[in-house]
Design a protein around this ligand. Structure first.
Ligand code: TIU
Length: 234
């Protein structure tokens, strides 16, 4: 059963300081690990990006996802995308820049960033189980115009382990939204990636600066230690 009333304490070796958490009120949030960002021919590449930069996050996320499944932690996957009629896509987003294909245009994985198309789906390595929550979001943040707040309240969640792509865009936006709503966010450093390595680095620094202004940062090894560690069952 998810989130039993029994608390399960874990300490994560994080920056700017270690954090002690009740793992039974903690969820794993995996941001936008979609083919549209990860593979050639999708939204990320149409913006001119080298999508191979994101591959490094897949294995660390996979390890934490496996531990979450083993320990019964709530798992939430998000997907950025729009309705086929683009009614939830602001013109300011669709018309921006000079991409090779715009949102809604037909591409090699179906229409770019449109719900239900092959490119919008999550990569096979991290595919959600039927029992896991999938949040479809039209924006960069996972709280804006979604049911995420209601889901977290329903499961009594207070802490979020956050990973996914890209570090400085959807991960940072979601962490900032979550922080303002009172959630403790622990960002998994090697479970995030950016098309720009320097933005990845600075995106993590921004979260943990000033005593953890938006949250904490820990690598997947430290998170796994806490999830599988001796504190479990305390
Ligand atoms: N372009 C970019 O870096 N990211 C996005 O557009 N969306 C997410 O980060 N998911």
């Amino acid at each position: 059963m998810l989130n039993s009333s029994k608390s399960r304490l874990g300490v994560i070796r994080a920056e700017p300081e270690p954090i002690k958490l009740d793992l039974s009120s903690t969820a794993l949030v995996i941001i936008d690990m979609q083919r549209d960002f990860m593979e050639p021919g999708g939204f990320g590449e149409t913006l001119g990006n080298d999508v191979s930069q994101l591959a490094r996050a897949v294995k660390p996320i996979g390890a934490v996802l496996e531990a979450a499944r083993d320990t019964g932690m709530l798992v939430i996957h998000t997907r950025e995308g729009h309705l086929p009629d683009l009614s939830d896509a602001p013109p300011a987003k669709v018309e921006r820049g000079a991409p090779s294909l715009r949102i809604g245009d037909p591409g090699p994985m179906g229409r770019i960033l449109i719900r239900g198309e092959a490119g919008h789906d999550i990569i096979p390595e991290l595919y959600p189980l039927d029992s896991e929550v999938v949040i479809d979001k039209p924006g960069k943040g996972a709280f804006y115009a979604t049911e995420l707040s209601e889901v977290l309240e329903r499961y009594g969640i207070e802490n979020l382990l956050v990973c996914g792509v890209t570090t400085e865009v959807c991960v940072n936006t979601t962490v900032r939204e979550a922080n303002d709503r009172g959630y403790r966010c622990i960002v998994i450093s090697d479970g995030c990636a950016s098309y720009f390595p320097e933005f990845h680095e600075m995106g993590l620094k921004m979260i943990k600066a000033q005593g953890g202004i938006f949250g904490w940062v820990a690598d997947s090894v430290a998170v796994l230690e806490a999830m599988r560690g001796s504190a479990a069952g305390e």
